[in-house]
Every structure is written in structure tokens, then in C-alpha cells.
Design a protein around this ligand. Structure first.
Ligand SMILES: NC(=O)c1ccc[n+]([C@@H]2O[C@H](COP(=O)([O-])OP(=O)(O)OC[C@H]3O[C@@H](n4cnc5c(N)ncnc54)[C@H](O)[C@@H]3O)[C@@H](O)[C@H]2O)c1
Length: 349
């Protein structure tokens, strides 16, 4: 094993203006890395939110959240290259200019249900962009990191899965992630491109606009709406705070032990949606809880074993749901107050 210093390391993050990407970029930059974000801003970002192409419930608030990301990237002096990575030649041109040593590939349609509704678009933004990036990386990069998903496992047949568990994805999103893992391994077989495949799950944290359960609960609470859950909130997920994932990806960049490996990077212990609802109730007393019908195309999941990442790269997640979720709630409350103040018309007194 050897440790690669982050200071001065050229890192390109494709899809880096998204939820994971901007948090990762800011962290890596603070460690001294030379970070470049490449992002088309068209999917689940500024351009899709303008005009509300995905019909999200609070588009103005979401626009303020993604604008805040841009402000933070700019404040950290991180180069943002606005480019659609589906364009092979344009992407290659930018990568040739940056000459990244490490590429982190995040560009995708990052929603399981949106992927099932629009497989063509999902293939294009997830698979086409990946192939374009790999094709530059095979001669140019030292290390290629890909964000896969716990959805590759499909329905968990046991409460805990590890990286050896057989993958049987359910639906378009999981199938494309699994296909992506295979194409990355093929690039390693054919071109010796070193890779790391990361499988996160149920992420939550500051400036997410992806409408996963943790975000929906807070937004509904802020807007005085009820929160909804199926099966009385019994479903268990390996909720993972963004700081743990960012720490894990950073360890994959730094540690040569991560090369040519697949890692689960989660908190490593599932909690029920009902537990998450209890935390919300503490912060928003009196909030109403309603039942909703379960989406059967969402696999039944559970805990992802993170022992391999612990052993090989020293990954130790430290943000339990009880610690991470209240922090996210506190941030959102403050951000919401500020955003409401900005939206309020000035009254001359
Ligand atoms: N957030 C989670 O819980 C989670 C869990 C497992 C896996 N992942 C995976 O991690 C990755 C990042 O997730 P996220 O939560 O940050 O998603 P996100 O939607 O916030 O970010 C994705 C980014 O990719 C960009 N993008 C999409 N198509 C592009 C294209 N053609 N060219 C350039 N940029 C493009 C988007 O503009 C967006 O900024 C995704 O691949 C996602 O599938 C996320």
C-alpha cells in the first residue's frame, strides 16, 4: 500500500456540480488538490430546475439550493467547466487540457424512478458519458473512480450484503449501474486502466435536491405538509451522511489499496424509515404522518457491509443517523429561513 498526497493532485469530477460532486470537490480542494468540475447542469441541476422539467414540488427553493452550490464552488476557487459529457470530442478536449491524474465519474440520471420513466435519457447521461470518459482515461488517467449504487444488488436476500453478494438489479437504474461496473472492469482488462467502484446507499445531507426520503421529510415539515411512509415506516435503509461518503471517496483517491476494487461505502448499519420520522418529529413537533403505497420497483434493501473498505483503506464511518440527520435538519432550517427572507418583497417603512 502507498498513500498518494492530495496536494497538487489533478482531479476531474464529471457530474461534479451535483449533490455528491460539489461536496467532494470542496473537500478535496481544501486538502490542496487541483480540482476541476465538469458538468452540463442539465440533469437534476440548474437548467432542469429552470422551467421545472422534472415537476419537483418546490422548484424555487431547489434553484436556491443549487445556486448555493455554485456560490460555494466559486468561493473555493474550483474551476467549473460547463460541458455536456455526452459530447465525446468536447469532453476529450477539456480532459486533455486538464490532464487529470484521477477522474471521478458521477454524471448520471441519479434517480431510480426517473430512470424507469425515461430509459433513453438515462442511458445517454449515465452510460454514454461513462464510455466517453473511460475512452479518454484509458491512455490519459492514472485512476478512474465510479459511483455505482446499492441498487446493483436488487432485493437483498439477507439483512446484510457484502461486495461478494450476487447482484440481481431490479429496473433500469440498477441494471445500468451494474452494466457500468462491467464496462469499467473490461477497460481494466483490456487497457490496464486502474479503477475503483463505489456502492453508496441512501445518502442525505446539505444541498441535495434529489428528493430522497430524508430531504422530502424536511421539506414537507418546513412547508407544513404531512410526511408519508409505507408499511408504517418499517423499511430499513443504510442511511449515509454525505460527510462519510466524501471521506470514503477521498480515501479511495489517496490509497493505492483501493485500486481495482469494489467497495460498499455507507454508514454500515440500516435504520428504519420510521426511525428517521421519529427524528423529524423531535424537530417539528406535531407533524402529521400519513401512509403511502410502496413503489414495488424499489428493491428491498438493508445493511451494506463496509468491513472491506475498513480493512483495505481504513474507512471508518462516523455519522450515525442520530448525529447526521439532526445536523442536516439544522442546516436546512437555517437555509430555508434565509431563502424565505430573500424571496419576501421589501416593504418600504
Ligand atoms: N445520492 C445518492 O444517494 C446516490 C446513491 C448511490 C449512487 N449515487 C450515484 O452517485 C452519482 C452522483 O449522485 P448525486 O446524488 O450527486 O446526483 P446528482 O443528480 O446530484 O448529480 C449528478 C450530476 O451529473 C450531471 N450530469 C448528468 N448528465 C450529465 C452530462 N451528460 N454531462 C455532464 N454532466 C452531467 C448533472 O448535471 C448533475 O450535476 C450518480 O451516478 C448516482 O447515480 C448516488
Amino acid at each position: 500500500m502507498s498513500i498518494i498526497p492530495l496536494s497538487g493532485r489533478r482531479i476531474a469530477i464529471i457530474g461534479g456540480a451535483g449533490f455528491i460532486g460539489h461536496n467532494l470537490a470542496i473537500h478535496l480542494k481544501a486538502q490542496g488538490a487541483d480540482v476541476h468540475v465538469i458538468d452540463g447542469l442539465e440533469v437534476n441541476n440548474l437548467l432542469s430546475l429552470t422551467g421545472n422539467k422534472d415537476s419537483v414540488p418546490y422548484p424555487e427553493l431547489m434553484l436556491q439550493v443549487v445556486t448555493e452550490r455554485m456560490r460555494l464552488l466559486q468561493a473555493a476557487k474550483i474551476s467549473l467547466h460547463v460541458q455536456d459529457a455526452r459530447d465525446y470530442h468536447a469532453l476529450s478536449h477539456i480532459l486533455t487540457q486538464i490532464k487529470p491524474q484521477t477522474i471521478v465519474h458521477l454524471a448520471a440520471v441519479s434517480h431510480a424512478n426517473r430512470s424507469n420513466k425515461n430509459p433513453y435519457m438515462t442511458f445517454d447521461h449515465s452510460f454514454r458519458t461513462l464510455e466517453n470518459a473511460l475512452d479518454w482515461a484509458r491512455d490519459g488517467a492514472e485512476h478512474f473512480i465510479f459511483l455505482s449504487s446499492s441498487m446493483v444488488y436488487g432485493n437483498f436476500k439477507t439483512p446484510v450484503v457484502n461486495e461478494e453478494t450476487v447482484c440481481e438489479p431490479l429496473g433500469i437504474y440498477g441494471a445500468l449501474k451494474y452494466g457500468a461496473e462491467k464496462i469499467i472492469i473490461a477497460y481494466n482488462q483490456v487497457f490496464k486502466l486502474p479503477y475503483t467502484i463505489i456502492r453508496p446507499s441512501a445518502l442525505y445531507g446539505e444541498r441535495c435536491v434529489s428528493r430522497r426520503v430524508g430531504q422530502i421529510f424536511i421539506e414537507n415539515a418546513l412547508m407544513g405538509q404531512p410526511i408519508k411512509m409505507s408499511n408504517g415506516g418499517a423499511e430499513a435503509l443504510d442511511f449515509t451522511y454525505i460527510n462519510d461518503l466524501v471521506d470514503g471517496i477521498t480515501k479511495c483517491i489517496e490509497n493505492t489499496n483501493a485500486r481495482n476494487e469494489i467497495f460498499n461505502l455507507t454508514y454500515g448499519s440500516a435504520r428504519s424509515v420510521g426511525d428517521m420520522a421519529e427524528i423529524i418529529k423531535e424537530h417539528f413537533p406535531g407533524i402529521e404522518v400519513q401512509d403511502e403505497v410502496r413503489d414495488n420497483l424499489m428493491p428491498e434493501r438493508g445493511t451494506l457491509d463496509v468491513a472491506k473498505a475498513g480493512r483495505l483503506i481504513g474507512y471508518v464511518p462516523s455519522w450515525s443517523l442520530d448525529k447526521g440527520y439532526p445536523r442536516y435538519i439544522a442546516w436546512y432550517k437555517k437555509f430555508f429561513e434565509r431563502s424565505q427572507a430573500l424571496a419576501r418583497p421589501l416593504v418600504e417603512g
